[in-house]
Write a protein that binds this ligand. Structure first.
Ligand code: NAD
Length: 278
């Protein structure tokens, strides 16, 4: 018996070619879920889909679309319907930060060069990060959620961050966008509750990945930066998390194990959000 009852469901994972979401896609495929690896990077998406089919013998397709382009999402939906059927699960994983929306200094006292502070943030960079994380969650929910309303059944799982609870220094756009993702998770959960669709989020703690490596690891020595060490000190488990550690929560939220759970944001963070630092 398949306890999670996910076999043959169809899941779309946006950003599915990335570090966290390729692992999430594999964990769904291991349960017999048909996976759609939807990513801006077509080649990388197809590679992950091929790996999944080989390893789990579960149907998987890699599709290129932008979570910021509704027309490309609609085109992807059509292809998904033709190849796999209606969508049951959506994981909104595409997201990330950018150096263009990152201040050089953590706290200013007025003696720094303005360009190293809040005043140096490029508004284009700010827009890009805010849009990718927030609008990039909203648009796929709109496009793929329509399938779920038709059948009065479905699950949406958003990927938030520790920044959503209290902003981290240097990255105001990413922090604000992830806070907006939490708020939207609750809003949509209420809006969809009677339509049979559950909407929840996972707030991962700190993982060493492409989007944050430039802040956490010294390029020359490979050692953790002062900021990288601060994270370890702020994490009661005193280590970084790894992508596999997010998959248990994902499967819980995707399955009927969480049948009455909607509108929650679950931290998977080694205790970071619980710790005052003292
Ligand atoms: P990643 O950079 O490895 O993967 C992101 C993927 O999204 C990439 O494959 C990229 O091609 C794709 N993408 C970018 N723009 C896109 C667009 N417009 N449309 C479709 N796809 C697009 O990132 P990751 O570190 O695996 O992060 C995945 C999610 O987890 C993000 O939402 C991120 O904010 C969140 N998160 C990451 C961490 C961390 O420590 N890395 C912590 C908390 C939350």
């Amino acid at each position: 018996m398949n306890e999670l009852n996910l076999k043959n469901k169809v899941a779309v994972i946006t950003g599915g070619a990335g570090i966290i979401c390729s692992e999430m896609s594999k964990s769904l495929a291991a349960q017999g879920v048909k996976t759609v690896i939807l990513d801006l990077n077509k080649e990388a998406a197809e590679k992950v889909a091929k790996e999944i089919e080989k390893e789990f013998k579960s149907q998987s397709i890699g599709l290129s679309a932008s979570v910021l382009d509704k027309a490309s999402l609609e085109a992807a939906k059509k292809e998904i319907h033709d190849k796999l059927g209606q969508i049951d699960i959506l994981v909104n994983g595409a997201g990330g930060n950018s150096p263009a929306a990152t201040t050089k200094v953590e706290k200013m006292d007025g003696t720094e060069k303005p360009e190293d502070t809040f005043f140096g943030l490029q508004i284009e960079g700010f827009d890009k990060v805010f849009d990718l994380n927030f609008k990039g969650t909203l648009l796929p929910s709109m496009v793929f959620g329509a399938d779920m309303v038709n059948r009065k059944s479905g699950v949406i799982i958003n990927i938030s961050s520790m920044n959503s609870y209290r902003p981290l220094t240097k990255i105001p756009a990413y922090s604000a966008a992830k806070a907006a993702v939490n708020n939207f998770t609750q809003w949509l959960a209420v809006h969809f509750a009677k339509a049979g669709i559950r909407v929840n989020a996972i707030a991962p703690g700190f993982l060493l990945t492409n989007q944050n490596r430039f802040l956490l690891v010294d390029e020359k020595t490979g050692d953790l930066t002062a900021r990288g060490k601060k994270i370890i000190n702020g994490t009661p488990m005193e280590r970084y998390c790894v992508p596999e550690e997010l998959t248990g929560t994902l499967l819980y939220l995707a399955s009927d194990l969480s049948k009455a759970v909607t509108g929650v944001i679950i931290p998977v963070d080694g205790g970071f959000s619980a710790y005052s630092g003292v």
